[in-house]
Ligand binder design. Structure first.
Ligand SMILES: O=C(CO)[C@H](O)[C@H](O)COP(=O)(O)O
Length: 223
């Protein structure tokens, strides 16, 4: 796999032709599929559940599916997503009463596990669970909708988390989600991210390969 993962958010895909759209974005060079689950409770929007994840697997999608749960409470739905073919499951600390237990539940279900931080969520939730994390996802918009603008303070937060990961010695991906575009991806990489969720920037364009190639060209310039 590439060192930098491009993770198209299917929130902005064509839901009427989802399998085909996911095939196309993977053919265009995407590394993983970012799958946004919203419950109209933890966030003000309602999207897709395990049935859709399972349908993508049955359709033939073999790439990792990165399930971002914006759902509260979170534990009950985790085994369903694992059975449906999720590869990575991330959740928000605010949505779990016992963060360590939820991380362990994801791992016991055979998936990689991660924590998600909203723009206003402090990083202290990382204390004592770094050893259980495969991914840390920083939101650079408030969750709920695609097409929002990148919140600049996320860059400083990325630098802080990159340092924590490097100091820990654990192998943890650092993912960013919200307002990621070709023209800011280089600065985001330089701040420490290695996994880049992009929804509207990719799916709003007719040529997915051109957007992904342009993003990779910008990533290659990062110092
Ligand atoms: O989790 C999300 C929103 O809650 C989306 O993944 C995110 O906003 C991506 O969309 P865009 O790249 O258009 O900002």
């Amino acid at each position: 796999m590439n060192e930098n993962w491009i993770a198209p958010s299917i929130l902005s895909a064509n839901f009427a032709k989802l399998g085909e759209d996911v095939d196309n974005v993977l053919k265009a060079g995407a590394d993983i599929v970012h799958f946004d689950v919203m419950d109209n409770h933890f966030v003000p929007n309602l999207t897709i559940g395990p049935l859709v994840c399972e349908a993508l697997r049955k359709h033939g999608v073999t790439a990792p599916i990165d399930v971002h749960l914006m759902v509260e409470p979170v534990d009950r739905i985790i085994p369903d997503f694992a059975k449906a073919g999720a590869s990575i499951i991330t959740f928000h600390p605010e949505a779990s009463v016992h963060i360590d237990r939820t991380l362990q539940l994801i791992k016991d279900c055979g998936c990689k596990a991660g924590l998600v931080f909203n723009p206003g969520t402090p990083l202290h939730h990382l204390d004592y669970v770094m050893d259980k994390l495969d991914m840390i996802l920083l939101m650079s918009v408030n969750p709920g909708f695609g097409g929002q603008s990148f919140i600049p303070s996320a860059l400083d937060k990325l630098r802080q988390v990159r340092k924590r990961i490097d100091d820990s010695g654990f192998d943890i991906r650092l993912e960013i989600d919200g307002g990621v575009k070709t023209d800011n991806i280089r600065a985001i990489k330089e701040a420490g991210a290695d996994t880049f969720v992009a929804g509207s920037a990719i799916f709003s364009q007719p040529d997915y390969k051109k957007v992904i190639d342009d993003m990779r060209a910008e990533l290659a310039k990062a110092g």
